[in-house]
Every structure is written in C-alpha cells, then in structure tokens.
Design a protein around this ligand. Structure first.
Ligand SMILES: Nc1ncnc2c1ncn2[C@@H]1O[C@H](COP(=O)(O)OP(=O)(O)OP(=O)(O)O)[C@@H](O)[C@H]1O
Ligand SMILES: Nc1nc2c(c(=O)[nH]1)N=C(CO)CN2
Length: 164
C-alpha cells in the first residue's frame, strides 16, 4: 500500500455537495482507503480570476493502485460527475488533482509528481499541511510560511469535508 494525497476543488453549482459526492465516490472505490480529510476552505480564484470563489480541501489515502491508475480513477470520477473542461484554470464543478504519491517523482505528459504547481498554491498547501503526518517534515514548509493567507484569500469554511 502506498500513501497518496489528493486535492479537491469546486466553484460551480452546490460546491459543498460536489465535494461530498466526490468523497462518497472515492470511498466507494476499490483499492482505496481514505485516511484523513482536511477542513474545507473557501478560497479566492487563482490563475484565471474572473470566476467564483472555490471550496478546497485535501484527502490523504492509502492505495494499492499505481500512480497512473490512481490518477485515471480521479479523472474518471471528475468525468462521471459531469466535469466540463474549457478554460484552462477556469470554473469547474469538481477538480481532483493528485498532489503526491509516496515519494515518487515523475514527469510524463499524463502525470507529473509531485503536482508541479502545488508549491505556489495556498489553497493546496494549507489543507495539505492540516492532514500531513506530524512525524514527517512538511516538504513545502518554506513556501507555505512565505505566503500571506489573508492576501491569498483563504478562509476556513467548514470543519471537515464530510461533516453533515
Ligand atoms: N499530478 C497531477 N494531477 C492531476 N492531473 C495531472 C497531474 N499531472 C499531470 N496531470 C494531467 O493534467 C491534465 C489536466 O488536468 P486538469 O484539467 O485538472 O488541470 P487544471 O486543474 O485545470 O490545472 P492544474 O493542473 O494547474 O491544476 C490531466 O488530464 C492529467 O493528465
Ligand atoms: N482558489 C482556487 N483557484 C484555482 C483552483 C482551485 O482549486 N482553487 N484551481 C485551479 C485549477 O486547478 C485554478 N485556480
């Protein structure tokens, strides 16, 4: 079994319901065991800014799938939830990114690990730090401490991703 971290984001429709539905689908996946769910944050859009604010969170899991198969399951969940791709970094009802898979480093057109843009993204690093094992140094500590969370426009939205 390998540990892996996934980022979830939603900024269209009922954002909270979309996160919950994605979590439900991840729980129903064979070969995956969800271990930790971060709090949910409301975050200002980054990259393409003329769009609604996002809800973001992260999940830590264990899996017997390899990294590419895990990514394909995440993309299948996005697709099954009706995700439409048009504008790069544009609005989406659900986004599932694979942040890290064990200590694997790879760079192929299909999958780059760790996720190449995560070190610049407070909306990823803040909820990832929340669930990172306390006994393991957080690899993005420097980037995170250099960020002003107020300027990044990130605020706690709910206690847990699966809270009712
Ligand atoms: N670590 C990764 N996690 C998710 N997708 C990845 C990763 N590395 C490469 N990709 C590829 O990126 C493609 C586009 O992903 P997606 O549409 O979610 O990008 P995005 O969320 O708009 O932007 P960003 O990649 O900056 O988060 C996917 O089809 C996938 O093959
Ligand atoms: N706040 C926020 N901004 C974004 C997000 C996101 O999840 N949250 N995702 C993007 C594409 O991956 C682009 N911009």
């Amino acid at each position: 079994m390998q540990d892996a971290y996934v980022a979830l984001g939603a900024n269209l429709g009922d954002r909270e319901a979309s996160l919950k539905e994605a979590i439900r689908r991840l729980r129903a996946e064979p070969h995956l065991e969800l271990l930790r769910l971060s709090p949910v944050y409301e975050t200002a859009p980054v990259g393409y800014t003329d769009q609604p604010s996002f809800l973001n969170m992260t999940i830590g899991l264990l899996t017997s799938l390899g990294p590419v198969d895990l990514l394909r399951r995440l993309l299948a969940i996005e697709r099954d939830m009706g995700r439409v791709r048009d504008i790069r970094w544009g609005p989406r009802n659900i986004d599932l990114d694979l942040l890290a898979y064990g200590k694997v480093e790879m760079d192929t057109p299909e999958l780059t690990l760790p996720h190449p843009r995560m070190g610049e993204r407070a909306f990823v690093l803040v909820p990832l730090k929340d669930i990172w094992p306390k006994e393991v140094p957080f690899p993005w500590e420097k980037q995170l401490s250099a960020m002003s969370l107020r300027e990044e426009g990130i605020a706690r939205f709910a206690a847990r991703g699966d809270s009712e």
